[in-house]
Design a protein around this ligand. Sequence first.
Ligand code: GRG
Length: 284
Amino acid sequence: MIKQIDACLERLIATCEEPSLRDAMHYAALGAGKRIRPRLFLAACEAMCGGYDEAALQFACCLEMIHAYSLVHDDLPAMDNDDLRRGRPTVHKQFDEATAILAGDALLSHAFEIMARVCACAESVQQDYAQTMLIIARAAGANGMIAGQVRDLASEGKQLDMDTLEQIHRRKTGALFAAALEAGATLGGNTHTQEMRKLGYTLGLAFQIRDDILDVTSTAEALGKNPGSDINNQKSTYVSLAGLETAQEMYKNISADVLALVDSIPAKTLTLRDLITQVLTRDK
Ligand code: GRG
């Protein structure tokens, strides 16, 4: 699945005609990331209808382009100011700040252009392309991931309570996870979409707790990014609020919730379950 996603990303980014911009977009989107969101989308689609087609692959890649843009912008000096991502220099370090801003902008707009083209070229009304696009757009936008980022930046230097922290991560990380699963299920036949959405939000929170744990227990070499970024930026994390041991206990419980949710969905979720298990046991 990852090979198909990367081949499709290559094709979609190759249509950018500006060589220096194309290079930066390629660097940002095709680095050694885990491709979790597009894989969740395709696995959800497959769970509902037994497979996925070229349109599904393109939607999946749009999710990855939106995710890649968020990483590029999040790493900028005006935000988290990180210089290592996916085991190599961040885009603004490898190129320059202006190029990083523009490559992020281009990845985001390219994703919307591709999704709009899939909708416009649809020959059949059987598959709900427009609804699939809407779910992704809503999650990426002002009431989704970006709202999470705004709240995250505003929280720097403040000691948050657990509910506020959860509300931030629900938008910043959870929204795109939930959209990947809900949109995949929508494209795959428009069933069990709300269960998939709930699963996505729960997985997103689990992912974030794991991220906070790895941030204090792992190394830059293993993670491909510098640990301690949240602490350096004076951000609250599950570990800073609850302590490492309690965060680990929370992680165990939420992981069990995630797997129970997958198992409660009456669809062919074998591939999805495998993928979710990989996400829950990740060490980078
Ligand atoms: C709109 C600028 C902007 C930001 C939105 C999503 C986000 C907010 C910022 C991205 C940075 C960040 C630390 C998000 C928290 C979730 C997280 C740990 C993302 C990293 O995702 P992985 O581990 O990354 O899936 P790879 O590199 O594997 O794709």
